[in-house]
Design a protein around this ligand. Structure first.
Ligand code: PLP
Length: 387
């Protein structure tokens, strides 16, 4: 099943045992990433074998961290559709526009991918009680998988989070604490509670396995495009787990001999009211300075400081991509345009990718024939006020 070998620090390169619970690198405080025996797997695991596998992200089990199948906590996550956006494409003069619809995941967002993997692996390593700071979708996803795994779940959310997020967490049986502040303050409180009570903290990139769940989006794209990756990927970026994960997936697939060296240009999309990555990208910096007074209706993008900032910036630069911010007005307009043209009722974060595409088309940064993927990261149904 899994070919997981060890964990490696994404910054200093130190190696760690994957079979005990790990958080950040004890040496430098940066995220740890999972490593697999790709050389050994390469001879045995051909991409053709995927044909007969389950239509969830578990079809890629060799490069997932869960060792015993009995520990896989699943609600049918992943393997989401990739829709050709023909009507929208026509309006924009584009012939190869696609939407990867992550709103169809369990709990209505791609957070299901990451939390499914984090909860499954935590279960495998003996965790009984978990905590997460979240702007919404991560909390709902964690609460659902924790319920299925029989774990006790604690959630710290900003008090202005839309009602549906609170409702679902409580329905899944999680303990919900509302915080006067942003995700950063929620993170501090979650961390403190975790150390006081011995709960395991599932914050973005503070444990190594959420990114492993989210990287499967990269595998799915390659598979859906018959191993010929798209030219450009638009990704609404908060903590950056999915973007970092897909970038990792591309390098893994190259080592498996499944794809060549060509990579998509990765486009980070953020909101004008919280754009630390575009600012750092333009300034040529390795790390992003925290954004002051972060504000946007796209709650998933309201991350003023991301612990994986240098990994996001590295992937964008290596790919020849860019980082761009759009206004809340533009992303809400784009959200309804995506719905009325393509039947995909996107979350505001998903709408932001379309708004960013329009901006980059106007600049001539994208060719009309290029194969472009917009990520709709969740359903629009959970944000009644914003919409
Ligand atoms: C969390 C979230 C994002 C940002 O995802 P990251 O991988 O953490 O950058 C985007 N959209 C939605 C709907 C989210 O919930």
């Amino acid at each position: 099943m899994s070919t997981l070998t060890h964990l490696e620090c994404s910054y200093c390169g130190k190696e760690y045992d994957a079979d005990v619970l790990q958080t950040l690198c004890p040496a430098c405080g940066k995220p740890l990433l999972a490593c697999y025996d790709l050389e050994g797997t390469k001879k045995k695991w051909l991409r053709e074998s995927l044909k007969d596998r389950e239509t969830t992200l578990w079809r890629y089990r060799e490069i997932l961290p869960v060792k015993d199948k009995a520990n896989a906590v699943t609600l049918g996550e992943g393997y989401t559709p990739l829709f050709p956006a023909k009507r929208l494409g026509k309006e924009l003069g584009m012939s190869n526009l696609f939407i990867k619809d992550e709103g169809l995941n369990p709990t209505g967002s791609f957070k299901a991918r990451g939390l499914c993997m984090a909860i499954s692996r935590a279960k495998e390593l003996g965790v009984k009680e978990v905590v997460i700071p979240s702007a919404g979708n991560a909390a709902g996803a964690m609460a659902a998988y924790a319920a299925k795994a029989g774990m006790v779940a604690h959630v710290f959310m900003p008090q202005d989070v839309p009602l549906p997020f609170r409702m679902e967490c409580r329905a899944y049986g999680a303990q919900v604490t509302l915080i006067h502040g942003l995700i950063t303050e929620c993170g501090q409180q979650a961390r403190q509670a975790a150390s006081e009570h011995g709960w395991f903290d599932l914050s973005t990139l503070k444990e190594p396995y959420r990114v492993e769940g989210k990287k499967t989006m990269g595998y799915e794209l390659a598979e859906a495009f018959n191993w010929d990756l798209p030219d450009v990927i638009f990704y609404p970026t908060g903590g950056g787990t999915g973007l970092i994960g897909m970038w990792k997936a591309f390098s893994e697939m190259a080592k498996l001999g499944w794809i060549g060296e060509r990579r998509p240009r990765m486009v980070v999309v953020q909101a004008d009211g919280c754009a630390p990555i575009p600012r750092a990208f333009e300034a040529g910096e390795e790390f992003a300075k925290p954004w002051e007074n972060a504000a946007t209706v796209a709650a998933g993008l309201r991350v003023p400081a991301a612990i994986g900032d240098f990994l996001i910036l590295r992937a964008v630069r290596e790919s020849g991509g860019t980082a761009i911010a759009v206004s809340d007005e533009a992303l809400i307009l784009a959200q309804s345009r995506m719905a009325s043209r393509e039947g995909v009722f996107a979350c505001p974060e998903g709408g932001a990718t379309l708004a960013a595409l329009e901006k980059l088309l106007a600049k001539g940064w994208i060719g009309k024939e290029e194969k472009v993927v917009l990520f709709n990261t969740g359903t629009g149904l959970k944000y009644p006020e914003a919409t």
